[in-house]
Design a protein around this ligand. Structure first.
Ligand SMILES: C[S@@+](CC[C@H](N)C(=O)[O-])C[C@H]1O[C@@H](n2cnc3c(N)ncnc32)[C@H](O)[C@@H]1O
Length: 216
């Protein structure tokens, strides 16, 4: 078992290596992340928002797609790996800012965003509840969290967390843990986020849409 800082150092090392190829056809396993972008876009199309935060934005691929479609919104990308943020900033998107930071300690004021997206980053977080608590804090009342990551049955999650994850660490990847759908629901509940949609689908995907209540 590693400390939170050891996991984060591994993550930064992993994505420092991946940054320059992440959006190319040499991205290897990371190419599968792109399959989730249409789902995020579909969910975003259902809501009204002005200020969006992408937690674990990587090279800003998702924000680039959104920006292409609508540059009148304010897009912010947050990522712990400076090299990913450097690649994102090199795109010089007019309505986007990309910042180095930790999704467990989101470096923004309370109630700054209408929507947070988080895709394929959460399984790198050693303190998962902190992410949901921070998401709640920086969302405006009535704001949404739209989230995608890996999941599986309780038994398979246990197995992969005790086999695949440690092997990934040995080969220099910063993966920490997968979570069951039930656990993710509980993180939301503890953070006071209302789950509007939570579903597991093909390819071990977990889709979540959660809302910060308008009144509390
Ligand atoms: C597989 S990439 C996904 C990037 C992007 N969301 C996408 O779907 O293409 C995971 C990203 O999460 C970032 N990450 C991991 N842990 C993080 C943390 N604690 N805070 C912020 N970013 C983190 C990594 O640096 C990496 O860029």
């Amino acid at each position: 078992m590693k400390t939170a800082n050891e996991y984060k150092k591994l993550t930064i090392r992993e994505f420092t290596k991946a940054a320059d190829v992440y959006e190319t056809d040499k991205a290897g396993i990371y190419e599968m992340c792109r399959k989730d972008y249409p789902y995020i876009k579909d969910e975003l199309d259902k809501i009204e928002y002005k200020d969006l935060l992408d937690c674990g934005c990587g090279t800003g691929a998702m924000i680039s797609l959104l920006h292409e479609n609508d540059s009148s919104k304010n897009y912010t990308g947050l990522d712990i790996t400076p090299r990913m943020i450097k690649v994102a900033n090199e795109k010089k998107l007019q309505s986007a800012q990309f910042i180095v930071g930790d999704c467990e300690e989101i470096p923004f004021e309370d109630e700054s965003f209408d929507v947070i997206i988080c895709t394929n980053s959460f399984h790198h977080y050693p303190n998962p509840q902190r992410f949901f608590d921070n998401a709640y804090r920086v969302l405006r009342k009535g704001g949404y969290l739209i989230f995608q990551d890996y999941t599986a049955s309780k038994a398979l999650v246990w197995f992969l967390n005790h086999t695949e994850m440690p092997i990934a660490n040995v080969i220099g990847h910063g993966d920490v843990a997968m979570h069951t759908q039930k656990e993710v629901g509980e993180f939301c509940q503890k953070a006071n986020l209302q789950v509007e949609k939570i579903q597991a689908s093909k390819g071990m995907r977990l889709h979540l849409v959660a809302k910060k209540p308008k009144a509390y």
